[in-house]
Design a protein around this ligand. Structure first.
Ligand code: ATP
Ligand code: MG
Length: 233
């Protein structure tokens, strides 16, 4: 569904990613695992045209989206949840969901408030609350929920578990498993390999902007040393 072939990308004159190959199949969850500065965010931003491309090709659903503008890529069904959780602080939870609404797509699961709240039941009790008054974990849930209202075919999640209380991390993992089961593909960046393990089928290990390993999540966990090395644990 999403494919990077030999991608080099960065910002201005600085190249950050080198010769990166990556593929996320339909309904599959893939984790990008690497430590601070490895290039995880840059990889996700490259998928939606927010970096400078130096080399390679990006395809979404067989279409060449290399260098395509962000709004065009979003319209094709790539939903981005950035690392800094962009809720509309003064709008209520309900209004935030409403802002995200896009018409359903023929080829993607259909999301409305009821379905989104079934995945994130915790948000039900917060519908009238301004988003600014939510905890970090609640804001993260709201950002994912709002992105789902845009009817994505694939979600790009940037370190969704970062800075969130352990109990909320569990809820988030369960919710994202539901999203994946509904048929939405997921590419997530993570330093928390346990969180990635709960969700991802496969992982790509990133170090200094290069893929230094790739495999089934289960195999990487069995071979814990590679994960530990790439994360500096
Ligand atoms: N806007 C920018 N302009 C120039 N360099 C940048 C920019 N954003 C990131 N970089 C550089 O690109 C490299 C990769 O950063 P990136 O944010 O992709 O890493 P990351 O894996 O997401 O790290 P983290 O875990 O800290 O979020 C870093 O060396 C960083 O300094
Ligand atoms: Mg990052």
């Amino acid at each position: 569904m999403l494919r990077f072939s030999g991608v080099g990308a960065g910002y201005g004159g600085a190249q950050v990613l080198f010769d990166l190959d990556l593929a996320v199949g339909k309904g599959e969850a893939v984790a990008l695992i690497g430590r601070n500065g490895a290039g995880k965010t840059t990889t996700l931003k490259t998928a939606i045209g927010l970096t400078r491309l130096f080399a390679g090709r990006v395809e979404f659903d067989g279409r060449d989206i290399t260098g395509a503008p962000t709004h065009a890529v979003a319209r094709l069904g790539l939903g981005w949840v950035p690392e800094d959780r962009r809720v509309f602080a003064r709008l209520t939870v309900w209004e935030n969901l409403d802002v995200g609404r896009q018409p359903p797509r023929a080829d993607a699961p259909e999301w409305d408030e009821a379905r989104v709240l079934a995945v994130f039941p915790h948000l039900k009790s917060l519908l009238d609350r301004p988003a600014a008054h939510l905890s970090g974990g609640e804001q993260q849930m709201l950002t994912v929920a709002r992105t789902l209202m845009g009817q994505p075919r694939l979600l790009l999640l940037d370190e969704p578990s970062e800075g969130i209380a352990p109990k909320v991390v569990e809820d988030l993992a369960a919710a994202l498993a539901d999203v994946k089961a509904a048929g939405v593909g997921i590419l997530l960046s993570e330093q928390n390999w346990r969180f990635a393990a709960a969700l991802a089928d496969r992982a790509v290990l990133l170090e200094s902007g290069r893929a230094v390993g790739e495999g089934a999540m289960a195999d990487l966990i069995a071979e814990r040393g590679r994960l530990a090395a790439v994360l500096g644990l």
